[in-house]
Design a protein around this ligand. Structure first.
Ligand SMILES: CC(C)(COP(=O)(O)OP(=O)(O)OC[C@H]1O[C@@H](n2cnc3c(N)ncnc32)[C@H](O)[C@@H]1OP(=O)(O)O)[C@@H](O)C(=O)NCCC(=O)NCCS
Length: 167
C-alpha cells in the first residue's frame, strides 16, 4: 500500500525555494516553532532536510511541509549520538495524517541510512497534535524537559519522544 506521503530531497528549483520560504514565515509556523524572524535561515541542499510530498489523490506531488534533523550527543563517543528532528507542515495540510506518516518515514530512513540507535523529537507540552502524531508514528513518550526552550519571552517545558533501532 502506498503511504499518504513520501519524503524527497531539496532541489534547487523555484518551487522548492518558494515552499521553503513559505515554511519559514510566521503564518505557516505554529506558536510552538516560531522563534521570530531568522535572518540567517538559508536554503541548503544538504543531507539534513527533506520535503514532505503528497503521494496520491488530487494533491499528489504537492509539497506540504518539511522535516529536518541534527545530531544530539549523550556522550563523547560516536555511539552516544542520535538524531533529533523537527517538522513543519503548511497550515492547510495539517490534521490529515501527513505528519504522522512523515515522522514514521523519517525515523525509518534515518535507521536505514545511518548507524544511530535512537531518533528523538521534542515538542512543547501544550502541543497536543504533535504528541499524538508522534505516538501514532510509533514514538514513545519519555518525559518532560523542564524550561528547556525559550520562545515568546519565556522558557517552556518540552516533552521528549523517541524511537530506538530495536523498537
Ligand atoms: C504537529 C504536526 C507535525 C502534526 O501533523 P498532522 O499531519 O497535522 O497531524 P496528524 O494528522 O498526523 O495527527 C494529529 C493528531 O492529533 C490530534 N489533534 C490535533 N489537534 C489536537 C488537539 N488540540 N488536541 C488533541 N488532539 C489533537 C488529531 O486528532 C490527530 O489524532 P487522530 O488521528 O487520533 O485523530 C503538524 O500539525 C504541524 O506541522 N504543526 C505545526 C508545527 C509543529 O507543531 N511542529 C511540531 C514540533 S514543534
Amino acid at each position: 500500500m502506498t503511504d499518504l506521503v513520501h519524503l524527497t530531497p531539496f532541489q534547487d528549483t523555484t518551487e522548492h525555494r518558494t515552499v521553503w520560504q513559505l515554511l519559514g514565515t510566521e503564518a505557516e509556523l505554529s506558536p510552538y516553532n516560531w522563534f521570530g524572524p531568522q535572518p540567517d535561515r538559508t536554503f541548503k541542499l544538504g543531507d539534513n532536510d527533506l520535503f514532505v510530498v503528497v503521494s496520491d489523490g488530487p494533491d499528489a506531488g504537492t509539497l506540504v511541509g518539511s522535516v529536518s534533523w541534527h545530531t544530539e550527543r549523550y556522550g563523547p563517543n560516536v555511539e552516544s549520538s542520535c538524531w533529533n528532528f523537527g517538522i513543519n507542515l503548511l497550515t492547510e495540510y495539517r490534521g490529515r495524517g501527513y505528519g504522522c506518516v512523515a515522522q514514521r518515514l523519517l525515523a525509518d530512513h534515518l535507521f536505514a541510512t545511518t548507524d544511530v540507535n535512537r531518533v528523538e523529537a521534542s515538542t512543547d507540552v501544550a502541543n497536543v497534535a504533535e504528541q499524538r502524531s508522534l505516538e501514532k508514528a510509533g514514538f514513545v513518550r519519555e518525559g518532560v524537559l523542564r524550561g528547556a526552550q525559550y520562545r515568546h519571552d519565556q522558557h517552556h517545558d518540552m516533552v521528549v519522544y523517541s524511537r530506538l533501532r530495536a523498537g
